[in-house]
Design a protein around this ligand. Sequence first.
Ligand code: KIV
Ligand code: ZN
Length: 503
Amino acid sequence: MEPIDKSKVRIFDTTLRDGEQCPGAAMNEDEKLEIAHHLAKMKVDVIEAGFPISSPVQFNAVQRIAREVEGPIIAALARATRNDIETAAKAIIPAKKKRIHTFLATSPIHMKYKLGKTASEVLKMAPEAVRIAKEFVEDVEFSPEDGTRSDWEFLREICEAVIEAGATTINVPDTVGYTTPEKYGELFHFLISKVKGAENIIFSAHCHNDLGLATANSLSAIKNGVRQVECTINGIGERAGNTAMEEVVMALRTRKDFYGIETNINTQLISRASYMVKSITGMVVQPNKAIVGTNAFAHESGIHQDGVIKNRETYEIMTPESIGLDSNRMVLGRHSGRAGFKDRIVRLGFTPKQEELDSAYTRFLEIADKKKEVFDEDLVSLFTESHRKNAESRFKLEYYHVSSGSSTVPTATIKILINDVNIEESSTGDGPVDAVFKSIQKATKISPELNKLVISPVTEGTDAFAEASVTITLDGKRVVGKGSSTDIVEASALSYIDALNRL
Ligand code: KIV
Ligand code: ZN
């Protein structure tokens, strides 16, 4: 295990575990791996890859990340039982740097109603779980679940017991998003000054955003000695989400004068990470979301625009470039060549394979024919789509036609290539998109449940590129499909077919 370094705040990313736990964010193995590779590029210190005991799918994803992703510590979550801990340990065997993260509730309400255990039983179980984890790895993190609603003296005893058993990180979660910045800071000040052995371990913050305080709480914890923050990209997670990584990282960077400490994160990869998570999970980012919302760097008012033109710092506390947004936006068009296209894709943070580049370039020419100017956001969207298609494509949309209007029944005809055979089907529907989806169901003979369809413009204007994200479920399997086009019906059709390919 590397020596404990308290000169930086460690970023423990739990997008693939706590983030994935929220409704609609389930990801498949390849998608998790793609995110994990990007997190490693960003120089995240710890990736919590999943909860291996919860399902074979989770186990396999954690194992693949442990095998294939180098750089960060790979952590796996386990309840405080031998079976859970052994399964977590098995999943992370291939990782060069590994951690078991075990947790047990310590609040009166959780101990009584959830665990059915007394405080003294919990006080025995917690260090026992750490001892079991220590049989497999050196690096063990313990979390007293619902820590912020636990008795402080009891937490102190628990912390001393788990340190004695070998815990190297103690994470005190605000499981229900109940605490406030002042109280959370005070709690860490209390623990760090009172717990025997506190100087030899790292204290960690893990916040949920139920009161919109997750980032403020995490920063207050840092001010009070915490040196690890658990967070997710775009703040996805249970209920109102977890602490957003980009917010904590950029707050520490922008207000270094106040916090005096930073992280190892390469902030220029934040924007790409945000887009990737949004695109894979289908969980949209609100436009006014701090750091990564589409409006985060947009100056609309004339007074602000005038100020920014004269001196950016009049209204900008950080630059779009610092999170990887290129202010020197280049616009491509139908006359842009393959080399310029490739150069732009690489500058946007992709490492394309030749076949991905070829299919993305063909698609780019189609789009450029319909739309005079193709912006960076369009390119990211269409490249991501080509990348997904290259993975596996049993169904391919060959053609579609819809007729709809205020006095006609919406009707769609589609032609889909299925295993090299063209199948054509038609259907009516409640609207053009519904008619297209029904025709696709007829052609593919698959009728999944439709959970969610979100259509959002990627750029502005009536010729904007739109991105559709559809979530469907079949036989308990939930997948997200994506499609983009200047035509929202086509984008929806492509997203539906992408989802079926994923099933
Ligand atoms: O919020 C929480 O308490 C958790 C623990 C498992 C760390 O996610
Ligand atoms: Zn949590």
